[in-house]
Write a protein that binds this ligand. Structure first.
Ligand code: ATP
Ligand code: ASP
Ligand code: MG
Length: 285
């Protein structure tokens, strides 16, 4: 741990939440209230980085409802209805495998600043996220002292990083870097464009803090991806939605707990949660 008290950590978190809401509003985004239970959620298929045991579910009113793993599908639904720029302070539950305790960056309950831009491209997301990180770094003394965060951030193709550093490129590059950088072109969930997706990686070994992408909007292409991932039958609500027409968009989700861990220089993401939710460890309150 970093010697900060629980109140000091809560103050950092409060400032990050406040800053995120002010920043996204100032960029013309509308804040949407989070959804926590639904008949569909992000299946997290196809992302080799994902290691959930199962999707959390609750049986209620004769329906099997999922705990929200990410609001991506709900974001796309709102964009298709005509919403232009939205963000959600979105609580997520992901029942991560117990071995994830050791990464230092996995909790099984966390929050994303989840945002989406109708007709957006990856360049729009880069500008907004880089602006957010720069403005955040001006708010925190601990970030000012640790290497100025300046735009534009470096961009690296994942295939180049893999060729140079092997499958553990994220850890190696994150430890080597002094600044956040973009990793481009990852293997992804069915809804993301394979060529136009991105992760933001924090420096000093803190690793990934954001994932996002331009979304696939061609109905046949998305259904084909769902079929090849074997998840078509389980997500018929999305199939129906896709058939009515997906509006192109781009977006991403910033992990709040990971961001606070980075600012606080904490050992584990659980150390910045007032009620830690660490894979493999019991919940005590
Ligand atoms: P990882 O590869 O680190 O397991 P992921 O790629 O599975 O993460 P995403 O689906 O990309 O995670 O989720 C979007 C963002 O939400 C992540 O970039 C991260 O900031 C945050 N996030 C995801 N899973 C967790 C978790 N278990 N604990 C804390 N934050 C998380
Ligand atoms: N929030 C992410 C996005 O917008 C989805 C995720 O959680 O993986 O792409
Ligand atoms: Mg990711």
């Amino acid at each position: 741990m970093n010697g900060l008290t629980r109140v000091e950590i809560a103050r950092i978190t409060d400032k990050v939440l406040d800053h995120a809401q002010r920043y996204f509003r100032s960029e013309g985004f509308l804040e949407i209230k989070p959804v926590m239970l639904a008949c569909i959620t992000d299946p997290l298929d196809g992302d080799p980085g994902s290691a959930v045991l199962k999707t959390g579910t609750i049986e209620y009113g004769g329906q099997n409802l999922s705990l929200m793993q990410s609001m991506i599908l709900h974001k796309q639904k709102l964009i298709a209805e005509g919403f232009e720029k939205i963000f959600i302070m979105s609580p997520n539950i992901r029942l991560e495998q117990p071995h994830r305790e050791k990464t230092g960056r996995h909790a099984f309950e966390f929050m994303q600043v989840d945002f989406e831009i109708a007709h957006g491209k990856k360049e729009d997301v880069f500008r907004i996220v880089e602006g957010f990180m720069v403005s955040l770094s001006e708010e925190f003394q601990s970030l000012k002292e640790r290497g100025k965060i300046e735009m534009p951030f470096e961009r690296h193709l994942v295939k180049d990083l893999e060729a140079e550093y092997g499958p553990d490129w994220e850890t190696i590059m994150s430890r080597k870097s002094r600044h956040p950088f973009w990793a481009l072109g990852l293997e992804r969930e069915f809804y993301d464009d394979e060529k136009n997706n991105y992760d933001l990686i924090l420096p000093e070994g803190y690793g990934e803090v954001l994932s996002g992408g331009q979304r696939i909007h061609e109905t046949e292409a998305v259904l084909e991806r769902m079929k090849s991932h074997g998840i078509l039958e389980k997500n018929m609500e999305y199939v129906e939605f896709a058939r009515q027409g997906i509006v192109p968009s781009a977006g991403g989700g910033i992990g709040v707990d990971r961001l606070v861990r980075y600012i606080a220089e904490a050992e584990h993401v659980g150390d910045v949660q007032l009620f830690p939710r660490i894979p493999g460890r019991p919940v005590t309150f």
